[in-house]
Write a protein that binds this ligand. Structure first.
Ligand code: SF4
Ligand code: MG
Length: 331
């Protein structure tokens, strides 16, 4: 995906033009076949919007998206149906995302009717049983309703439903954050296991850094609609370069990130995406901010530390070298 932008019109009345909320602003992202990419950031940073856009649940306002060489940003009709077969979404909330009036058999079988219409009713039932087994549920449960299951089991039903069309890519928007902590690890393990067994490509939206470290190959860090740092997971955890990434890692126990050299404390709240700060959007919270940061938007630049490791900060070289913020006005 390149230069993706998604606006939402907010407010507006007879007298006032709606204002543009740039939820995702000029994001370029590649997901390699077979890898697990994590997208991380605070709530409101645009990661859910980005995930829905990658899935084409919503269309980008501008920008270009390709999937296996096909251009998909304007896909509709049949092309969109085909896309739905190849890419599936796992929702955050397994309580509201499953229709309570449908049995498990119907919930999991429904996508088969769309994507495998030639299947006989008998074969469909067999396939549903197989899908339920794959996610660790019992095939005898097909006649039950979602409310008869626990949160973790419901998320398993959601995953079985997502797998029904035989997707190549799964996108999970905080797939375990609505679940009890005690079952989160089970569902994460299930996803990792399915990925390996079914050769899936995974995009996981998360804010839990332990989850990210455990299951992703690459990380993209988002702040206010933009990617501020990207790279191999081990690399990001060992040598974060963007002050925002350093701040996120500073906030978690050392055991989860090894040892990072510096600490950055995150002050204040994330500003509104309706009227984002000029230049580097992080400058209102960045202890290293200088005049240039307010004037000029930093682009993602190669850190030279590891292949594919980039950071969007004017001063990451200096910041990495010095443990203290550089003098104001310098550089
Ligand atoms: Fe901080 Fe400036 Fe880097 Fe933005 S560009 S992260 S404000 S030092
Ligand atoms: Mg969200």
């Amino acid at each position: 995906a390149t230069n993706l932008v998604r606006h939402f019109d907010v407010g507006g009345s007879l007298f006032e033009k709606p204002r543009k909320l740039r939820a995702v602003d000029d994001v370029s992202l590649t997901v390699n076949t077979g890898e697990t990419l994590a997208i991380v950031g605070e709530s409101g940073c645009g990661k859910s919007t980005l995930a829905r856009m990658l899935m084409r649940l919503i269309a980008p306002t501008s920008g270009r998206m390709t999937f296996e060489g096909r251009q998909i940003d304007q896909a509709r009709g049949r092309a969109l149906t085909e896309l739905r077969r190849d890419m599936q979404f796992i929702f955050q909330d397994p309580f509201s995302s499953l229709n309570p009036r449908l049995t498990v058999g119907r919930l999991v079988g429904e996508p088969l009717e769309t994507h495998a219409p030639a299947l006989s009713a008998r074969d469909r039932r067999a396939r549903v049983a197989e899908l339920l087994t794959q996610v660790g549920l019992r095939p005898e449960h097909t006649d039950r309703y979602p409310h008869e299951f626990s949160g973790g089991q419901r998320q398993r039903i959601g995953i079985a439903r997502a797998l029904a069309s035989g997707p190549k890519l799964l996108i999970g928007d905080e797939p375990v954050s609505a679940l009890d902590v005690s079952v989160q690890a089970q569902v994460i393990n299930l996803l990792a296991d399915l990925r390996d067994r079914l050769s899936l490509t995974l995009v996981v939206i998360a804010h839990d850094l332990a989850v990210i470290r455990y299951m992703s190959d690459r990380v993209a860090v988002m702040y206010l609609g933009r990617i501020v740092e990207e790279g191999p997971t081990d690399e990001i955890f060992a040598r974060p370069r963007h002050p925002y990434t350093i701040a996120l890692l500073s906030a978690i126990p050392v055991a989860e990130h090894g040892r990072i050299k510096q600490k950055v404390e995150l002050a204040g709240e994330m500003p509104s995406p309706i009227d984002p700060p000029s230049g580097c959007r992080f400058h209102t919270r960045c202890p290293f901010a200088q005049d240039r940061c307010r004037a000029e938007t930093p682009q993602l630049r190669d850190t030279g530390l590891a292949p594919g490791h980039g950071a969007a900060c004017h001063f990451f070289e200096e910041i990495a070298r010095d443990a203290v913020p550089p003098a104001q006005g310098a550089g």
